[in-house]
Design a protein around this ligand. Structure first.
Ligand code: PHE
Length: 379
């Protein structure tokens, strides 16, 4: 490196002349002031404070000056650079504040605007109600059992003591899949295949599959040759319950029914009553009613308080029940001297109708989500 040039006059170095330094400083300040955003400021920063910026280059000239001139020029350049970096920092802060304010405005979410309603699916209320009923019995130790919907005639009828001359076996009620074995068609019994007309064949399958004691709840789809109208549907759902153990009586059946309606409809005073009836597979048999869960019977004989749910009758018909006929036990290889039991069955559509004021059965099968959605997404 050459020695300092003592005769060197800093004013003669073009880049260090006070007016030049001032111009460099002013240009830098102007560039910062006109930078409209942080990107523009970053460019201006490189141009005016970077290694090849005019002030940096001027700074480099100082080294070669004689000591006194060095101090003077150093002070001048230093002040200019100080002013430039101060202005840069101030503009940086200003532009950041501006940017933050803009982002707040641009990215603001108006929570009061209507949002795009993407319709969510909903489980069918028949499914959720059926699962609710199952839950009541699973909590009591029952097991959920299932069987085929295309069922052998023997399971659907014969094993349930529904003889060949029973009217339900005619084609007027039953969908035959293989072999029309109604007596009028002159067929034999027991060997055809039908769409099951009730869930009772699952009783038979459960008894054949298991050793007593047997406690099962069988939900499922069943078929009858009805036209679809407001109160009939050729495909509907039933829940069948079967309990076989030593020493079971009708008192157990009654207690079980009362517990079920209390769990499903809640509250004090929910109970059932039995009315004599006939089913080939139960003996004795009964029709079961539950007290109206809306008026709890108080609308009866009380014209001031009519009840739409039970038509002021105080009771709502649920389904059939009874003590399992010993003939059914024998057909399944269960000793009727040792074991007894009860069964009941009812339609889920019917329960859904009176539980939720559904007036037309067709609403349940049409698959319109406007029907299912109000029931919610109960899991
Ligand atoms: N299976 C009968 C029906 O479909 C209902 C029932 C089940 C009756 C169990 C008594 C016992 O109507």
């Amino acid at each position: 490196m050459s020695a300092p040039n003592k005769s060197y006059d800093p004013v003669e170095v073009e880049a260090l002349k006070p007016e030049v330094i001032e111009r460099m400083r002013d240009e830098a300040l102007a560039a910062f002031a006109t930078a409209g955003d942080l990107d523009a400021l970053a460019h201006a920063k490189v141009a005016h404070t970077g290694g090849t910026s005019p002030l940096a280059l001027a700074n480099r000239e100082i080294g070669a000056l004689p000591p006194q001139a060095k101090a003077e020029a150093g002070k001048r350049v230093g002040q200019a650079r100080g002013a430039v970096s101060k202005a840069l920092a101030a503009r940086q802060v200003e532009l950041e504040i501006e940017r933050d304010a803009r982002v707040l405005v641009e990215e603001a979410v108006d929570v009061t605007l209507p949002y795009d309603r993407v319709p969510a699916g909903a489980r069918h209320p028949l499914t959720t109600l059926s699962e609710r009923i199952e839950d009541v019995f699973v909590a009591m130790g029952y097991e959920v059992a299932e069987g085929p919907e295309a069922e052998a005639e023997w399971f659907n009828f014969d094993a349930l003591n529904i003889g060949p001359d029973h009217p339900a076996r005619g084609e007027a009620d039953t969908f035959f899949v293989e072999g029309a074995h109604s007596p009028r068609a002159g067929g034999s019994t027991g060997s055809g295949v039908v769409l099951r007309t009730h869930t009772s064949p699952v009783q038979i399958r459960s008894l054949l599959d298991r050793e007593p004691p047997v406690y099962v709840i069988c939900p499922g789809r069943v078929y009858r040759t009805d036209e679809l109208d407001a109160t009939h549907t050729p495909v509907f759902h039933q829940v069948e319950l079967l309990a076989i153990d030593e020493g079971l009586t009708m008192a157990d059946l009654k207690g079980t029914l009362d517990h079920m309606v209390q769990e499903l409809f809640g509250g004090e005073g929910m109970k059932t009553r039995l009315r004599p009836n006939f089913f080939p597979f139960t003996e004795p048999s009964a029709e079961m009613d539950m007290v109206c869960y809306v008026c709890r019977g108080e609308s009866v004989g009380n014209p001031d308080r009519p009840c739409r749910t039970c038509s002021s009758e105080g009771w709502i018909e649920l389904g059939g029940c009874g003590m399992v006929n010993p003939k059914v036990l024998v057909a399944c290889g269960v000793d009727p001297e040792k074991y007894s039991g009860f069964a009941f069955g009812f339609g889920i559509e019917r329960m859904l109708m009176f539980r939720h004021n559904v007036e037309d059965m067709r609403d349940m099968v049409e698959g319109d989500v406007r029907f299912t959605r109000p029931f919610g997404m109960e899991i």
